[in-house]
Write a protein that binds this ligand. Structure first.
Ligand SMILES: NC(=O)c1ccc[n+]([C@@H]2O[C@H](COP(=O)([O-])OP(=O)(O)OC[C@H]3O[C@@H](n4cnc5c(N)ncnc54)[C@H](O)[C@@H]3O)[C@@H](O)[C@H]2O)c1
Length: 277
């Protein structure tokens, strides 16, 4: 039997048109959350909204890049106008744009820092008035309600050659998480992070010889990992295989449920047994 653990909770998930974010959106909706689905690409965002609705859930789309100056306000407004508040925010949207330091341009550096670090900061800052007002109303009414933030990091935060921009952004998101857990504890907001190892998505698809790219904000960005690296990576994973997007969503879900109401400021590595960041 499916339990409605998050019945009526309003959950905002960035980058939820594909991959891990999509699985998170579907999972949260399946347990009763009303989901605001964001993606850079409108079509996949709308497809996830349709999938949630067809399954009997509730969802609204807020397409566009998390790096747009007006995005954070628009995202928060979509949640408030459609569902009346904010209970859960998952900062997931992202991609990689790799190079070794001597070949990395300022453009490449800033694009990745903007997407993985500045965008979550702006979204959380924009959500503050809504969360503060709700927390004040809950306290006045004697209700005990926890709200949940989950920021997506990576084991690359511990250092990965060729990813100086990405590893810096993903490490910084852990600092952001730990600080906000301390600032927002008084508002009963749990702020945690999940660092993924190797999850099978568009980002990590095996490529051999051919160059695969995706268009991110007008730039053709290479995606995929050579089969040889995929095999090497598998041999270093204690569970012996990469994770699926649904398994990745499970780690986020754990931080969203009432059973984790006393867990905050933590980093969970979801990597099939890979150690710490
Ligand atoms: N797949 C892995 O092995 C892995 C490992 C560690 C961390 N991560 C992180 O997990 C998150 C999700 O990645 P994924 O593997 O599901 O990739 P994915 O490419 O399958 O999905 C990411 C989604 O984010 C969207 N997106 C990208 N930039 C955006 C932007 N500026 N604004 C709004 N949406 C945007 C994309 O359009 C895409 O639909 C990312 O933050 C990624 O860095 C993934």
């Amino acid at each position: 039997m499916q339990m409605n653990t998050l019945a009526g909770k309003v959950a905002l998930v960035t980058g939820s048109g594909r991959g891990i974010g999509r699985s998170v959106g579907l999972k949260l909706a399946s347990v009763g959350a009303h989901v605001v689905v964001n993606d850079l690409d409108e079509e996949p965002a709308r497809a996830v909204v349709a999938e949630i609705r067809e399954a009997g859930g509730m969802a609204a789309a807020c397409a566009g890049s998390v790096t747009d100056d007006d995005f954070a306000e628009r995202f928060v407004r979509t949640a408030v106008e459609n569902y009346g508040g904010i209970d859960v925010i998952i900062n997931n949207a992202g991609y990689t744009w790799d190079n070794v330091i001597q070949k990395m341009s300022d453009e490449q550096w800033h694009a990745i820092i903007d997407c993985h670090l500045t965008a979550p900061f702006r979204i959380l800052r924009a959500a503050y008035p809504v969360i503060k007002e709700a927390a004040t109303a809950d306290a006045a009414a004697g209700r005990s309600v926890n709200r949940k933030i989950v920021n997506i990091s990576s084991v690359s935060a511990g250092g990965n050659p060729g990813q100086i921009n990405y590893s810096a952004a993903k490490a910084s998101v852990i600092g952001l998480t730990k600080t906000l857990a301390k600032e927002w504890g008084r508002l009963k907001v749990n702020v945690n992070a999940v660092a993924y190892g190797h999850i099978e998505t568009r980002l990590t698809q095996p490529v051999d010889g051919e160059v695969k790219t995706v268009n991110i904000e007008g730039r053709e960005i290479r995606v995929g990992i050579s089969s040889q690296i995929v095999e090497q990576s598998k041999s270093m994973i204690p569970l012996g295989r990469p994770g699926t997007p649904d398994e990745a969503a499970g780690a986020v879900y754990m931080f969203c449920i009432p059973e984790s109401d006393y867990v905050s400021g933590q980093l969970l590595v979801c990597g099939g047994g890979i150690g710490s960041v």
